[in-house]
Ligand binder design. Structure first.
Ligand code: NCD
Length: 343
């Protein structure tokens, strides 16, 4: 059991397949479907664990985890920090504002410095797409992507999948994957690493994905990822099982992408009336931070029976515990775990 430092055996994966053959978690694009299911199965035990009064174990005792955040974050940084601490690791947070990055140090020099400190895992958030892969290529320990530019945010997609699975289970509609489910992702798709990782993850698990954005915020050629695209929000929501709303990432915009927040809300804000266009009992998701009254109305965000936004936050800790635990297993002796799989 987790509390003794020995994790539970994971969920199913094909005979002969190595359960988790990757050193790093830089994107959902690198994962096979059974690897996604494996990480979700691993996370389940930590959901239970996190609901206990005593939420500490020594699975990662003696391990050092560095959270290197070059971009602002509240929930992702906190979530990774809590995850590492509940696993018994020594967790150190590096904020770019206080680091030598501000003194002109290159990303590669920062990576070499972090590596020399012999961390056992490094969690990175960075404003540039590909920065996490670059750091991963320069260090000797597992690297986890906590969001790189407009590229990927893999733990967000995994926690979204876990939250969705739990919400469906609570209604008696649970199954391992999302076959037959339609998810509409609406908002600033162009700048969203959350959208990109979710398109990959949801589709790998069998869901149909619809994307909705003003034309200026829809990435060119995104249909090649297999999602249907819409400029009309009402059409995109028609009969959908899930509405996943995204924030306008104004910090990544240079120039005017939308006329005004008011106009945006009028065309793309999720209101009660708009939610009625979805399937009956459709669920509402948002990765946070929310801009209430812009992409989502408060009376929708706070609907107890439909909104799973706080459940997403809860699942975030469990998913990050699973990812840290699985990725650091190579450097640790874990009874029953041998070269990427349970024996
Ligand atoms: C997202 C991010 O940083 O990409 N937030 C998060 O991780 N919870 C989305 C956003 O900032 O809008």
């Amino acid at each position: 059991m987790a509390s003794t430092g020995t994790p539970n055996p994971p969920g199913r994966f094909p005979a002969g397949a190595r359960a988790f053959p990757h050193r790093d978690l830089t994107g959902i694009a690198q994962l096979e479907r059974h690897e996604i299911l494996f990480l979700l199965a691993e996370a389940e035990q930590w959901v239970e664990f996190n609901r206990r009064a005593d939420k500490h174990c020594d699975a990662l005792s003696g391990q050092t985890i560095i959270n290197a955040f070059f971009e602002n974050s509240t929930r992702t940084l906190l979530s990774f920090e809590i995850a590492g601490k509940r696993l018994g690791a020594d967790v150190v947070n590096m904020h770019a504002a206080q680091s030598s990055v501000k003194k002109g140090e290159t990303l590669i020099d920062t990576a070499v410095t972090l590596n020399a400190m012999r961390a056992d895992a490094i969690v990175i958030r960075h404003g540039s797409s590909g920065a996490v892969d670059l750091i991963a290529s320069k260090v000797d320990c597992p690297v986890l992507n906590a969001g790189d530019g407009q590229h990927e945010h893999p733990t967000q997609a995994l926690l979204d999948a876990l939250a969705l699975r739990h919400a469906l289970e609570a209604r008696g509609e649970g199954s391992e994957d999302f076959t037959g489910l339609t998810v509409t992702i609406c908002g600033d798709i162009l700048h969203s690493r959350v959208a990109r990782s979710n398109i990959l993850c949801l589709q790998a698990l069998g869901a149909s994905v619809r994307l909705c954005a003003p034309p200026a915020l829809m990435p060119a050629g995104v249909e090649a990822m297999g999602a249907a695209t819409f400029a009309d929000f009402d059409a995109a929501l028609d009969g959908a099982d899930v509405a996943m709303m995204l924030r306008l990432q104004t910090e990544r915009m240079s120039g005017q992408f939308i006329p005004s927040a008011r106009e945006y809300h009028h065309l793309y804000g999720l209101t009660r009336a708009r939610l009625d266009r979805c399937a009956p009992d459709a669920l509402v998701m948002h990765p946070g931070p929310m801009n209430r009254g812009v992409e989502i109305d408060s009376d929708v965000a706070d609907m107890l029976d439909r909104s799973i936004i706080t459940r997403q936050v809860e699942m975030g800790v469990a998913v990050r515990m699973a990812c840290l635990d699985v990725l650091t297993r190579r450097g640790r002796a874990v009874p029953g775990w041998n070269d990427g799989q349970w024996t």
